[in-house]
Ligand binder design. Structure first.
Ligand code: ADP
Ligand code: ZN
Length: 588
């Protein structure tokens, strides 16, 4: 049996890495001891290495179950680029005969299959003809109905694995709350002590949530700071198309739309172009992202509020998998939350309370004056430090105003005018404006007429937004505001209201990249990487990550031995690209 020393040697030899990251070592150690494990690790933590590495050094083949063909092919490319013997067995693979022969002969480290195939009798019979080292199950939360993408096929994996009871199991997921985790353990027959939980934090992602005034302009400004690839999420198909056009013409950058309304060919082509690109931005509906493992996404922007904190975290998690600095920017408007709250009425009654709680949590994240990361991590049950230093509220502390009194005035104005007027009208009533519509409705005779003075009047708009974010005011389809949530508690004085006044943003215009912008060697290495990628028919990041190019440009290695010391250059890549790298480096 290989031990951890062997694993460390293989880490350097195959992947070129000097150290395991986070919980990787714990997971790998368990797998090598033949113990079944559930690893819950955030995106970018390096989950694939925890089965690829044992697969490469254990005798026999690891069967990897993965839900998406695109994801499998991505993994296949990366594994092969590191010299690991891998194959996929899917409906689109023409080389299945070779794959089966290689498996029988014991010449495969990794065999990727979809859960549908894994549950077929023929596949079980095939596995019995070879030697197995491990069952690895990616996106393991799919087995649970508590998780957010239940896939019934995952339930068929247990009988298959039980038929090979001596083979250890490694289930992996980035998203599983307590209930889902317990369920996954039970469904796959993994002992409780086999749960390895890494923290949820993604320290290299900078979170920011801003009021939306002009999404296209705000995203173009973000792109000006950020030259790398990015994803923009927009709520509708029409908006993805419109935004894509606007930001393309504003920035001159390559920008493509992606949504379910495009024909499959265009969609696949747009996705492939994005994956291969070093500077493209995709404007997409939520249909985009699942199954994309692009490590060098530098920003994820939301042009409207996401559905929940869970989806927000999953979507923003697609930024910065390579560990380099990345940004997550949400642009929100009170109307987004108003629409979402209106839709609650259509949700079946048994799920409505849960959906409302999701929206409240999202509203609280948006409205907070506290550290965004702390709010997010607490949502996932962690106990983070109160400030992270890498989110908008930590970097530019917003002001907080006690607006309880004013909130009571606004809520009673909404109530007394019949809960059907928007903030514009309510503000006129409260400030005692001379207005025909106010007079025509007799609202100038209400007790709330003219009870808000000059300075306070300026706070009515942000207050209305804050009350909507927390659900105390609920807008109808025409913008009319009705009382909801804890409005009554606020009116009776038992609930307080604070509003957050964003700090005047210091222009933190620093380059959004840590790549050198004026180093000719770095640029030459990038050009070489593009050529090598084209030749191999893979995206540039499969050849090397930016961090490898940076280290090369900085340390200018002059020999193969020097190259081998760089993180991210394993034996296979040294052999394949070492000569070309040295040739380029020696010219500078
Ligand atoms: P996940 O599947 O957990 O989202 P990946 O397996 O895609 O993460 O890994 C994310 C990135 O981290 C990959 O580009 C990988 O090369 C890199 N990585 C993984 N393990 C290490 C390590 N020990 N040291 C340095 N980089 C690593
Ligand atoms: Zn913070």
């Amino acid at each position: 049996m290989p031990r951890m020393e062997d694993a460390r040697a293989a880490l350097k030899r195959l992947f070129g890495f000097d150290d395991f990251r986070g919980k990787q070592a714990e997971v790998v150690a368990r797998v090598l001891r033949g113990e079944s494990t559930l690893g819950v690790m955030p995106t970018g933590a390096g989950k694939s290495l925890t089965y690829q590495l044992p697969a490469a050094i254990l005798p026999g083949t690891a069967v990897v179950v993965s839900p998406l063909i695109a994801l499998m092919h991505d993994q296949l490319r990366s594994a092969r680029a590191n010299g690991i013997r891998a194959a996929t067995l899917t409906s689109v693979d023409a080389d299945w005969r070779e794959t089966i022969a290689a498996f029988r002969a014991g010449d495969l480290d990794l065999l990727y299959v979809a859960p549908e195939r894994a549950s077929q009798a023929g596949f079980r019979a095939l596995l019995a003809e070879g030697r197995l080292s491990l069952f690895a199950i990616d996106e393991a939360h799919c087995v649970s109905e508590w998780g957010h993408d239940f896939r019934p096929d995952y339930r068929q994996l247990r009988p298959l694995m039980d038929a090979f009871a001596a083979v250890p199991r490694l289930a992996l997921t980035a998203t599983a709350d307590r209930q889902t985790r317990a369920d996954v353990l039970a469904q796959f027959g993994i002992p409780e002590e086999g749960l390895i939980l890494a923290g949820f934090d993604r320290p290299n992602i900078r979170y920011a949530i801003r009021q939306r005034d002009n999404a296209a302009r705000q995203i173009a400004a973000l792109m000006a700071e950020q030259p790398g690839p990015g994803i923009v999420y927009a709520p509708t198909r029409a908006k993805t198309e419109g935004l894509a056009q606007q930001i393309a013409s504003a920035t001159g950058r390559p920008v493509l739309p992606y949504h379910a309304g495009l024909d499959p060919g265009t969609r696949a082509a747009n996705q492939a172009a994005f994956v291969a690109s070093e500077d493209m931005v995709v404007v997409a509906t939520v249909a985009f992202g699942m199954g994309i493992d692009k490590p060098d996404v530098r920003f994820v922007a939301h042009a409207g509020v996401p559905k929940s904190i869970e989806t927000y975290y999953q979507e923003t998690g697609r930024a910065g998998r390579d560990g380099d600095p990345a940004q997550a920017v949400m642009l929100w408007a009170a109307s987004d939350l108003a629409t979402a709250r209106q839709r609650l009425a259509e949700v079946p009654e048994d799920r409505r309370a849960g959906e409302r709680a999701r929206l409240d949590a999202l509203g609280a994240l948006i409205e907070t004056a506290e550290c965004r990361r702390a709010v997010l991590l607490r949502h996932f049950g962690e106990d983070p430090p109160p400030a992270c230093g890498n989110c908008d509220t930590c970097l530019d502390k917003p002001g907080v105003i006690d607006a309880t009194e004013l909130a009571r005035k606004l809520l009673s104005a909404a109530y007394r005018t019949g809960q059907s007027f928007g903030i514009g009208h309510l503000a006129k009533v409260l400030t005692g404006a001379e207005d025909d519509r106010v007079r025509g409705r007799g609202h100038d005779r209400l007790s709330v007429f003219g009870i808000v003075g000059g300075e306070e009047a300026a706070l009515l708009q942000p207050l209305a937004r804050a009350l909507q974010a927390r659900g105390a005011l609920v807008a109808n389809a025409h913008g009319g505001l009705a009382l909801g949530g804890d409005a009554r508690a606020i009116l009776s004085g038992s609930s307080a209201v604070e509003i957050v006044v964003p700090a005047r943003r210091m222009r933190r215009r620093g380059r959004g990249t840590i790549n050198p912008t004026d180093d000719p060697l770095f640029e030459a290495l990038r050009a070489l990487r593009r050529d090598l990628a084209k030749e191999a028919g893979v995206p540039p990041y499969v050849i090397f990550h930016d961090s490898v190019l940076r280290e090369l440009a900085q340390t200018k290695p002059q020999s193969r031995a020097d190259l081998a010391r760089i993180g991210g250059i394993g034996a296979r890549k040294l052999e394949a690209y070492g000569g070309a790298l040295l040739t380029v480096i020696r010219q500078y």
